[in-house]
Each structure stands twice: as C-alpha cells, then as structure tokens.
Design a protein around this ligand. Structure first.
Ligand SMILES: Cc1cc2nc3c(=O)[nH]c(=O)nc-3n(C[C@H](O)[C@H](O)[C@H](O)COP(=O)(O)OP(=O)(O)OC[C@H]3O[C@@H](n4cnc5c(N)ncnc54)[C@H](O)[C@@H]3O)c2cc1C
Length: 576
C-alpha cells in the first residue's frame, strides 16, 4: 500500500519545486529556507499520520449521514472526530496568513493535505476543503475589518465555511442566479434560496447574489452579481436570517452535509467590488476545483490500493489474479492514470504558488525596476497557464477517479458489487467529483475558452522549452514524440476556428489531447530526477501519443455536419 505521504509528493517536496526561491520571494532574502522546508515536512508527516488514523472509522461508518435537528446540522461521529484531530494539529484553513493566526502553507502542500484527507474520508474532505477555500477568498477580497473578524477564527478551526452559488434554476449557468441583495443605508440583506450547499449548517456562508438596484439590467448574466459574507449569527450573537431547510440524501459522501438554504432578510457584508462578485467567486471556484481534483486523486488512490491488495490475494485458475497479463495491464494503467493526473495537478499548484511568491516579493517593494518588470511578465504568463491548467487538472483528476474506482470494482468481481464493498463505496463517493465545482463538460468548455484566448500557445511554449532541455536516451526519443503530439494539436486546432459549435463538440477531445502532452512533459521531468519513473513516463508517452494522434485526426476533419448527424442519430432512437 502506498504511504499517505507518498513518493509522488516527496518528489516535489525534495526535488521538483525550487523552495529556495519560493521562500525568499515570499518571506524576504533572510528567510530560513532549511527550517521552512523542515516545517513543511513535519506538517505533511502529521497530516499523513492523522489521516491514516481517520480511515478505519470512515470506512466502518460510511453510511452514516448528517442529521438536521431543530434547524442545526449534526455531522456523523467519524466526521466530527476526524475534523477535531486535524483542528487540534492546526491543519485546517491552511492558507491563512501568519498575521491572522494561520500557517500560510503553499497551495501545493495544502492540496496534498486535502488529497490525504479525501483518501481517508471523502466526506470530511469537503468540509476541510471549503473551509480553507472560503478563508482564502475572505483573505483576498474582504475589507480589513472583516478579515480581522473571521480569519483568526478560521485559522483555529472555530468556524467553518460554505460556498453558496447553486439555485434550483442556476446550476452550471450561474447567470440565472436570482437571490437578491438589497441595500438599506449601510447594511445589505439577502433573500433567496440556494440548493446543494455543502456544509450548509456552518457559520460562514459566502453567497453570490444579485444586486437589487441593477437586477433588471443584469438579469440572466453574471454581471451585477456580488459576493457576500453572510454568517448564521449576527455580531451580537442573535440568529441571522439563514435557515437550513433540509439535508439531501445522496449516493455517496454521506458524511458531508448537503443542504438547501433559505436566506430571508439575512444581513450580509459585501466583499470585493459591487457587481464583480462572479470574478471574485471564480477565485474560490478555481481553488475549489483544484481541491476537488485532490479529492479525486485521494479517492482514486484508495481504490487503487484496494485493487492491488485484492488482486494479490485472490486466487483463480491456481494463481493470484494479479498475475494475469490482462489484470496486470489494468493495474499498470490505473497507476499511470493516477500518476499523470497527479503530475498535471501538481504542476498547476506549483505555478500558483510561484505567482503568490512573486506577488509577495513585489508587494514588499525595493525590487529594481527591470527585475520588477520581468517578475510582472512572469506572473502574467503563469496566470495564463494556470487559467488553462486548472480546468484541465480538475477534469483529468476527477475522470481518472471515476475510471479507477470503476476498475477497482471490476477487479473485485462479484465481491466488488456487494453493498458493503469498500471499492463500490469509493466509486459512489468518486462520481460527484466529476459534477460539483463545474461538471467535466463545463471544465472542458472553460479550457476551450482559455485556449481560444491564446493560453494553449503559452502552455505549449513552456512545454517545448522543457522538452528541449531533456538529453540522452530514452529522453531524446520520448521528448520528440511529445513534440510531435504538440504540433498535431496545434495543427488540428485551426479546424476549430471556423465554427463555434464544432469547437464545443470537439472540446473533450481537445482537452484529452492537451492533458496527454502536458502530463507527458511533467512525467518526463519527474523521470529525470527519479529513474524509477522512467518506465512510467515511457509508457505514458507511448500509449497516449497514439491517442493524441487519433484525437487530433478526428478534430482536424473539421466536419461540422457531425452536429446535425448527432441530432439525427438521437432521432433514430427516439422514433423507434
Ligand atoms: C453533493 C453535492 C454538493 C454540492 N455542493 C455545492 C456547494 O457547496 N455550493 C454550490 O453552490 N453548489 C454545490 N453543488 C452544486 C453543483 O455545483 C452543481 O450540481 C453542478 O454545478 C451542476 O449543476 P446542475 O446540477 O444544475 O446540473 P446542470 O447544470 O443542469 O447540468 C446537467 C448536465 O448538463 C450538462 N451541461 C450543462 N450546461 C452545459 C453546457 N453549456 N455545455 C455542455 N454541457 C452542459 C452538465 O455537464 C451536466 O452533465 C453541489 C452538488 C452536489 C450534488
């Protein structure tokens, strides 16, 4: 069984991130980098130890759901106990800055912690993930007074957070939000209904609502939306107008409470600029997308461990089934997909961290003009890359989770289909990762939009630079195959310009091809510092560059009539 703090993470902790630059930019030239790195290691070890201890109760009480008692949400014991262990160790809201009482962990390390929590208890991860994300949004957008009020309480784990976007008529399309925000003097009040709100019984709600004074003009669009902090209690301790109407019964992640919330004249405090709440919420959503990607990886890892141990001990035809070539290939493919998804996710998180460090360096001042201009340029390019890598990382990690958990069920045979099967439950938990924080279809559509704005060129430019730096065998030959894949994608993408409908039709293929070459480059980077990973990178390149060729050939056909043919095909069935 892979360790909670596994090689895939240690590679980045020990080799693949330039921590020296990161800490000097973030904290100044006198940063004590060895001590900082040691602290990261201790935090990761602690998280790994806690998560391993959380896992047995989470598996045993998987069916336990949250309950609603007199308007208050009660989470199951395994969730409350797990949360308390993390809280006591100071591993909640891990992005909160030191000045507000937090530990300000790099995003990459925070992402590992979420992955570990998800592997142990996918339901608990949703609570910890949202708490960290909501705190980050308050830190970035709220006025100082609100930060001082809430962030120290997030850092100690006293309060938790929820993100309230979805309404019955506004799911993927948040422009349809109708929850209204009315100003009365200096105060603002919310009225409306939100559904599917994870951890909706918590204290601090971040709510996306439509400003009443511009509601008519902005109707049906994401303009005119503002973001609000809306607590369940007012400063004097009396209840605010935030009501938990009901909790949903779900197919998986039972320990995570999913609530319908009614706001009736709820006092709220705006964060960020009026009418630009959607932009601010995108920050939280992007962060949450990387969190859900971590959740996918964590659940996938748990399923892979189960599959490996079962196929070693289950004997059929006189040998363990894991010795059958077909099964061996499935297991190897599961490892490959998991490692490739991880590679893409970590690449994205590390870029975000680098940008945070650049921002801190520039904010401290005293940077010579030429260097500051260079840093700004780097930050801009990194932001462009992150905007494309984030939806791709979420898409890839969560689809991988779905496939891995499904294959883990398959490899358990009939046992996998039993109600109490761990892998069956992991599959039930994993499906949601491809749906919330934007479905897979929404992620690939977002990615397409970023590509059309030029992000693909920036991302590929960086890949080519990295590939050109690889030397010696087998790297030369592998890099050449990836370079060919990149060129095939660029050539094929010109077929998308002619028709927007055709571009949307091809968005999944294009996303698949893009993640294949990006993950390939990152796996090669890993293999350069850890020779045990050369086989991983080789196999990924050999398998996936064939898929890139196939996908890009299909895109390059540019056959716009396929959209109508889809319609006719559906018609054949419906008329039958
Ligand atoms: C357990 C759970 C927890 C959740 N937690 C939260 C939370 O904490 N806060 C919150 O605000 N929301 C939350 N949600 C809501 C979640 O984010 C939405 O369910 C999700 O965004 C999809 O919206 P929808 O369910 O309305 O589906 P729809 O938008 O109706 O989509 C249905 C299908 O149509 C597809 N589709 C829709 N539009 C397009 C398009 N333009 N192109 C291609 N395909 C499209 C979708 O991909 C999907 O396959 C949660 C949901 C669940 C189930």
């Amino acid at each position: 069984m892979a360790a909670y703090l596994n090689d895939g993470m240690l590679l980045y902790l020990d080799h693949l991130v330039d921590w020296d630059t990161y800490f000097r930019w973030r904290k100044g030239d006198d940063a004590d980098v060895p001590t900082e790195r040691e602290t990261l290691r201790v935090i990761c070890d602690t998280a790994a130890e806690i998560c391993a201890s959380i896992e047995p109760a989470a598996r045993a009480d998987w069916e336990e759901s949250a309950r609603l008692e007199n308007g208050e949400v009660r989470v199951p014991k395994h969730i409350a106990d797990g949360y308390e262990k993390l809280r006591e160790a100071g591993i909640v809201s891990f992005g909160v800055e030191e000045e507000y009482g937090g530990v300000a962990l790099p995003g990459l390390v925070g992402n590992w912690i979420l992955q570990m929590v998800a592997r142990a208890d996918a339901g608990l991860m949703t609570i910890v993930g949202l708490q960290a994300g909501v705190a980050l949004d308050i830190q970035k957008y709220a006025p100082e007074e609100l930060k001082r009020e809430w962030l120290p309480r997030f850092a100690t784990g006293e309060v938790q957070g929820a993100m309230d976007l979805t309404e019955p008529q506004a799911g993927s399309d948040l422009g349809a939000i109708t929850t209204i925000a009315r100003e009365d003097g200096d105060a603002t009040f919310l009225d409306g209904e939100k559904i599917f709100i994870t951890n909706g019984g918590c204290e601090v709600h971040l709510v996306l609502a439509r400003d009443a004074d511009t509601a008519e003009q902005s109707k049906g669009t994401t303009r005119g939306l503002s973001l609000f902090v809306c607590p369940r209690h007012l400063p004097d301790g009396t209840p605010n107008g935030v009501h938990v109407e009901r909790l949903e019964h779900k197919q998986g992640i039972h320990g995570s409470p999913t609530a319908a919330i009614r706001f009736s004249g709820a006092r709220a405090w705006r964060i960020g600029t009026k009418g630009e709440g959607f932009k601010a919420m995108l920050d939280l959503m992007n962060n949450a997308r990387l969190g859900v990607a971590a959740q996918g990886i964590g659940i996938g890892e748990a399923a892979l461990d189960e599959a490996l141990s079962y196929t070693r001990q289950r004997v059929q035809f006189g040998t363990p089934i894991g010795e059958q070539p077909l099964v061996k290939n499935m297991l190897a493919q599961m490892v490959l997909e998991l490692e490739a998804s991880r590679a893409l996710l970590y690449r994205c998180c590390a870029l975000l961290d680098r940008n945070d460090a650049i921002a801190a360096r520039l904010a401290r001042g005293g940077v010579p003009e030429a260097e500051a201009a260079e840093l700004e340029q780097m930050r801009e390019r990194n932001s462009t890359r992150v905007r494309l890598l984030t939806p791709l990382a979420k898409y890839m990690a969560t689809e991988t989770c779905d496939r891995l958990t499904r294959w883990a069920v398959q490899l358990h045979g009939g046992v996998g289909f039993m109600a109490e099967s761990v892998v069956g439950r992991l599959h039930d938990d994993g499906i949601i990762t491809t749906i919330y924080e934007g479905t897979s279809e929404i992620q690939v559509s977002f990615a397409l939009k970023e590509m059309s704005k030029g992000a693909l060129f920036v991302v590929f430019d960086e890949l080519r630079k990295e590939l050109d730096e690889l030397e010696g065998e087998p790297f030369d030959a592998l890099a050449e195959k990836v370079r060919t894949g990149i060129q095939q994608i660029l050539d094929a993408s010109s077929a998308l310009i002619q028709d927007f409908g055709y571009a949307l039709l091809s968005a999944r293929r294009l996303a698949d091809a893009a993640v294949d070459v990006i993950a390939a480059t990152e796996l090669l980077r890993q293999a350069r510092v850890d020779e045990r990973r050369v086989d991983l990178a080789t196999s990924w390149v050999n398998r996936r560059m064939l898929a890139v060729e196939m996908n890009t050939k299909r895109i390059a056909e540019g056959d716009v009539s396929r959209i109508d043919r889809c319609e006719r095909i559906i018609g054949v069935y419906e008329a039958s």
